[in-house]
Structures are given as C-alpha cells and as structure tokens.
Design a protein around this ligand. Structure first.
Ligand SMILES: *Cc1c(COP(=O)(O)O)cnc(C)c1O
Length: 314
C-alpha cells in the first residue's frame, strides 16, 4: 500500500530556459520540474506528505486531518495522497459560508470538488474558528467529533515535511550557485536549505506579505546561506494583476512550462526581474524549483472572469 511513497527517492528533471534576458546577463537558469512528480500529488506537496503519511500508517492511524483554504493545493494533494495510500482524509476548510450549500460549493469550486471526489470529508468553519487551528482546545474538540486522527498542519509543514523536502535537491544540483523557491509557510525552503552546500545561496520568494517568515525558517534550519526577497508578493496571498497574468502566459508559450499564479509565477517573475536588474553576477547558475500547484489555475480563472481580467491559458 505504501509503495506510492517508496523508500527510493524520486527525483525530478531540470529543464533549461532559453531567453534573451538570460543571454544579456550571461546567467544560466534551469527549472526543476517538481510539478511533474505526480498529476495530483504534485511538487512540494508530495515531498511534504511522504514521511507524514508513512508515519501515520506506521503509528496505526487510519485517518488524516488537516486544514486549508478553499483553493488550497495542500488540501487537494492530501485528499489525493490519502486515497492512494488508503488513509481516510478530513479537511477543515476556512469559510463557514461554503458549507451552507455544499452542492453549489462543489459545483463551483474545482479544488473542493476534487477533494470531495477523492473522498475527503470536508468541514467548513468560520474564519474565527479557523484561526484556532493550532490550539489544544480546538484539536480536542475535533478529536471528540471525529475520533482519533493523525494531524497534518495547515500547509503541511512540520519536521517530517521538511525531511521530505530535503530530497528535492540531487547531488548534481549542488553545482548551482543559486537555488530559488516560492515560500508559503517556509517548510519547503527549509528542506532545500538543509540539503544545500554552504557555497550555494538559497533565495526564497514569499507569496504573501510580511517578514515573519524569516523567523519561521530560522526555526527549521541552522544554516545561514539563505535570504528572502520580499518584493514579489503582488499585494498579498492569492493576489495577482494583469502584468503577472501576461508573464504566466508568455512564459508558458515560450518555455512550455505552466506556472501557478499563487506561488511559482511570482518567484519566476522575481527571478527575471532581478536578472534584468543585474543583481546576479555573470556566469551565475540559477536553479528555480517548480513546486507545482497547477490545480489552482482553474479557481483563479473563475475569479479573473468575474473581474473581467484576461485568463491564464491552460
Ligand atoms: C504550498 C506551496 C508552496 C509553499 O510551500 P511552503 O512549504 O508552505 O513554503 C510553494 N509552491 C506551491 C506551488 C505550493 O503549492
């Protein structure tokens, strides 16, 4: 049953990017295609779930409980992975209003429909309740309601998730000078930092506002060869504009690589902007980790349609 997360490490391939901006700056940029690891348990979510679901099984649990928003890549991936390895999944979703008419929610929201199809048991809570998701009182309430479960935190970040993310870089990847990664909770970049060499610089591009992530990441790693660039959140989590949509569509056409609007597009936009500004010295070899998340495009396009903005091409 657990062969899905086999003990042998899966590696994704690096795809080289050809672009006049790279030629002018004389830098090399490759994209690590973690998005190709699995159709539904893609990118960093595969890495983060691997040791957690293995542990849940080893400890004899039959149910996973986790948290997420209505468009969460983590919810979609946990639902799919749970089904594959034979664990029941419960998703506590932010937004009580979504539970009022479940059928309507499922028909309109691609992420939640997918999770439901993977047999995830979806429960909707108010934003206020959701904020308590790490308190013992709330977790006890959930245990009283659902029975025993293995808890995976929001976004999937814990020590076992970071252990999984330490498997993203290969021995060959140690030749890159710079490794870039999109940042949400900071779990993925922490694993990458832990498996990097001191001569490498790991650069994180947070997808949300605020500088609290520096502290978060410092909890998970003792290495100092990393930095967060806080300038490319585009107004906050899930916020995008026309410039970013155009960047995604042009990148897809030129490179045949789809980017997700919440994380990887902001990272690659930031990388190109900084290359253009001459921030990387000549001959710098940059690896950008594509952490997946493409399931989120459908939900974003629905929002863009309502705002009469151009859509992301699929
Ligand atoms: C969840 C996610 C991230 C953020 O990962 P963290 O470990 O929370 O920092 C980055 N990219 C994509 C595509 C994601 O789905």
């Amino acid at each position: 049953m657990m062969q899905f997360f086999s003990s042998e490490t899966i590696y994704s391939k690096n795809q080289s990017i050809a672009h006049s901006i790279l030629d002018s700056a004389q830098v090399v940029l490759d994209v690590k295609r973690e998005d190709q690891i699995h159709a539904f348990v893609s990118g960093n979510k595969f890495r983060k779930l691997k040791y957690n679901l293995t542990e849940a099984k080893a400890l004899g649990y039959d149910t996973i409980l986790t948290f997420g928003g209505a468009y969460s890549n983590h919810i979609a991936a946990t639902a799919a992975a749970g089904k594959i390895v034979g664990l029941k999944t419960i998703g506590i979703i932010r937004g009580e209003e979504l539970g009022k008419d479940f059928d309507k929610t499922i028909s309109e929201n691609h992420t939640l429909r997918f999770a439901h199809e993977q047999d995830m048991d979806l429960h909707f809570v108010t934003r206020e309740t959701y904020r308590n998701k790490t308190t013992l009182v709330f977790l006890d309430e959930l245990r009283a309601k659902f029975g025993s479960f293995y808890l995976v935190p929001e976004g999937g970040t814990n020590d076992l998730a970071i252990k999984g993310c330490e498997e993203i870089l290969t021995a060959q990847d140690l030749e890159y000078d710079v490794v870039c990664c999109a940042v949400g909770t900071g779990g993925t970049i922490s694993g990458i930092i832990n498996s990097s060499l001191p001569h490498q610089k790991i650069i994180g591009f947070p997808a949300l506002k605020g500088d609290f992530l520096n502290k978060e990441i410092a909890k998970y790693t003792t290495q100092k060869n990393w930095e967060l660039i806080l300038d490319y959140h585009f107004g906050g989590y899930g916020k995008i504009n026309q410039e970013l949509i155009e960047f995604i569509n042009v990148f897809k056409e030129q490179q045949q690589i789809a980017l997700d609007p919440v994380y990887t597009a902001k990272m690659l936009f930031g990388i190109f902007d900084r290359i253009q500004k001459g921030i990387f010295p000549k001959n710098t070899r940059i690896l950008a980790v594509h952490t997946g998340g493409l399931q989120g495009i459908a939900g974003m396009n629905k929002k863009l349609m309502k705002k009469k903005l151009p859509l992301i091409t699929i």
